[in-house]
Design a binder for this molecule. Structure first.
Ligand code: FES
Length: 170
């Protein structure tokens, strides 16, 4: 018998139940795509081709409809990331206030290249464009949390925070 992504994609019962709760809230099933993608990404860490196909089948859409969303929204991830996802804003206010130094320090501390998972799996560090907090530049987002006025001392504090949180396997 033929199998497809819907048959083989593994998702916890909890995530499936959450999706079953979320989908009927939308009058148009297609409008549920973003929340469903968030639930899947929340469990898997990123959205593989298999995940995209599963979501499209679940929502009775074509895979291209879901690919379009995943490639459009930068918060939807196509690759696995480290345990913490560090995003350093590099748009003008942040760039002028030291964003490049901040990013270099994160990369040095975790011995990683931009956009790649650090060897210890703790972080992925990347640049992003303006995240709408220019008055508190430079700004760093770690997972969903924003950190403002990230000067040298604050950078070191954040590095220590990540080290202590990730070494316990969280
Ligand atoms: S320029 Fe960095 S938050 Fe706007």
């Amino acid at each position: 018998m033929e199998t497809n992504a819907t048959d083989t994609f593994e998702l916890s019962e909890e995530a499936r139940a959450e999706i079953d709760r979320v989908v009927p809230r939308y009058p148009e099933i297609r409008s549920a795509a973003l929340p469903v993608l968030y639930i899947v990404q929340g469990e898997k860490g990123y959205l593989s081709n298999e995940a995209i196909e599963w979501v499209s089948a679940r929502l009775e859409l074509e895979p291209i409809n879901i690919y379009e969303l995943v490639t459009f929204y930068p918060m939807l991830l196509r690759e696995p990331t480290g345990k913490r996802h560090v995003k350093v804003c590099r748009t003008l206010s942040c760039a002028l206030n030291g964003a490049y130094r901040v990013c270099d320090r994160f990369r040095e501390a975790f011995d990683c290249e931009l956009d790649e998972v650090s060897p210890d799996g703790a972080v992925t560090v990347e640049y992003v464009e303006c995240i709408a907090s220019c008055h508190t530049a430079p700004v760093v987002q770690i997972d969903e949390e924003l950190y403002h006025n990230v000067d040298e001392d604050r950078t070191e504090e954040l590095i220590q925070m990540i080290r202590s949180e990730t070494k316990s396997g969280s």
